[in-house]
Write a protein that binds this ligand. Structure first.
Ligand SMILES: Nc1nc2c(c(=O)[nH]1)N[C@H]1C(S)=C(S)[C@@H](COP(=O)(O)O)O[C@H]1N2
Ligand SMILES: [Mo]
Length: 435
């Protein structure tokens, strides 16, 4: 069987400051966020792609030479059962709707752009900016030409309110992270999920010098949220704000983003500034941030937090105080994104390509099942999961029992790994084989 050789950073070196930059000052959610090499590191000059993967190519000489030059890399041999075969077709998922991808649909709060997850691949991990999913378009009252004048008002329980000019921030690379709308679903082929590198400044750093009153326990981050056209059927409630407890701020790795994928933040993604919290659902990642308010322990949740309480898995009924809300974090999730039919040596083989994202620690216990009455099978993830962000692409060889509909589900065979959405079949995909 043919092998593909890939080099990857040794996991044990993940803390090596010379090699890897994790987003934030520690905290699990931020760990691994920056699979990003510092200039001048041992690999400087190597043919490194955006993910930090060094493609060794098919030749042993190349791989060994690269490994010699970079002792912190290791060579993994991944089996390629499809080598020399022919891709016959990419199957359509039979579940959900089939929206138009990569095109602006709707208006205002109901504005959407769905990303086609079938495009994700080991060597195409990041979502091109123009294909990155959008939930809520750029507000009509704002003028992109005046984005350079944007200020954030810092008020509430502070010594004196102040105004922060976004142009004065010195953004740097924060790492590669996924963003997922908590209302993502089969209706859009799960197209409200994308990955990018983000540039910005940690929120804890931005607020470090603010004179804060002793009773302040949290910050409320608010964004501009007015549109000329109301949301249809009251689908979306006006007012975008989220509250982060001060004692969690640094650990979340929250940052104010001013750029993505190395370019400026496009209008629809929050020009000139948005909140981004690694591994928190998109509803917390407030766009067009205009106010940061220091609040105390009696602060009620924002309308946005209440609107998204179910989708962020809050206790029911939703808590009366913001401080009793759970962090809107994403448990480990996984699903197939592309199922291909191949002819290899006269045999029909199916290649299931999937992603694993979210979660709080690396796992090697991913499993897949092709119908409720079939057995779970381990997914051999190669190279193994190295970090929770942005996501891990996996592949599985499938030989279906016969033609028909298959309901494909993933799980993590490790009770220590929380997977509340996987547990209820949230990311199930249905595929039709043959006939
Ligand atoms: N001001 C504002 N910020 C917002 C929203 C909004 O409607 N208004 N929607 C939120 C939701 S629900 C999601 S999923 C993300 C989507 O970010 P994106 O459009 O850049 O992908 O933005 C969040 N920030
Ligand atoms: Mo969302």
């Amino acid at each position: 069987m043919a092998l593909t050789r890939r080099l990857f950073l040794r996991r044990s070196l993940a803390g090596g400051a010379a090699l890897l930059v994790a987003c934030g000052e520690g905290g699990d959610a931020a760990d691994g966020g920056g699979l990003r090499l510092l200039d001048g590191g041992p690999l400087d000059g190597g043919p490194l792609d955006a993910d930090g993967l060094l493609d060794a190519g098919p030749s042993d000489v190349g791989a060994d030479a690269a490994a010699d030059a970079a002792p912190d890399m290791m060579v993994v041999e991944c089996a390629d059962p499809f080598a020399g075969g022919e891709l016959v077709e990419v199957l359509d998922f039979a579940s959900g709707d089939h929206p138009t991808f990569h095109q602006s649909l709707g208006q205002g709060w109901d504005g959407r752009l769905y990303f086609d997850l079938r495009q994700v691949d080991e060597d195409a991990l990041l979502t091109p900016t123009e294909q990155f999913f959008v939930r809520t378009f750029y507000p009509d009252p704002l003028d992109p030409d005046r984005a350079g004048e944007w200020t954030i008002e810092i008020d509430g329980l502070v010594d004196a309110p102040l105004s922060l000019a976004v142009a004065d921030l010195a953004p740097r690379d924060m790492g590669a992270f996924v963003l997922e709308c908590s209302g993502n679903g089969d209706f859009s082929q799960f197209g409200l999920l994308s990955a990018a590198t983000w540039q910005g400044v940690p929120l804890a750093e931005v607020l470090a010098d603010v004179g804060v009153l002793p009773e302040a326990t949290a910050v409320k981050i608010s964004g501009f949220d007015e549109h000329d056209v109301p949301s249809r059927n009251g689908h979306s409630t006006p007012g975008a704000a989220w509250i982060i407890p001060l004692d969690q701020l640094a650990a979340t790795g929250a940052f104010l983003a001013t750029g993505m994928n190395g370019g400026p933040l496009p209008p629809d993604h929050g020009l000139p500034v948005r909140l981004y919290v690694p591994n928190w659902y998109g509803c917390a990642c407030i766009k067009w941030v205009d106010t940061i308010t220091f609040v105390d322990a009696d602060e009620p949740p924002t309308g946005q937090m209440v609107e998204f309480a179910t989708r962020t898995h809050q206790p029911r009924p939703a808590p009366a105080l913001a401080r009793d809300f759970l962090p809107p974090s994403m448990d480990q999730a996984a699903m197939p994104v592309r199922i291909e039919r191949w002819q290899v040596d006269g045999e029909t083989l199916f290649r299931v390509v999937g992603i694993a994202w979210g979660g709080y620690a690396v796992t090697d216990a991913l499993e897949i099942r092709f119908n409720p009455d079939e057995a779970w099978q381990p997914v051999d993830v190669c190279p193994p999961m190295r970090a929770n962000q942005p996501w891990t692409v996996w592949e599985h060889v499938w030989q279906p029992a016969g033609p028909g509909l298959y309901q494909v589900r993933c799980r993590v065979a490790d009770d220590a790994v929380p997977t509340q959405r996987l547990d209820v079949g949230f990311y199930d995909r249905v595929v039709r084989v043959g006939g």
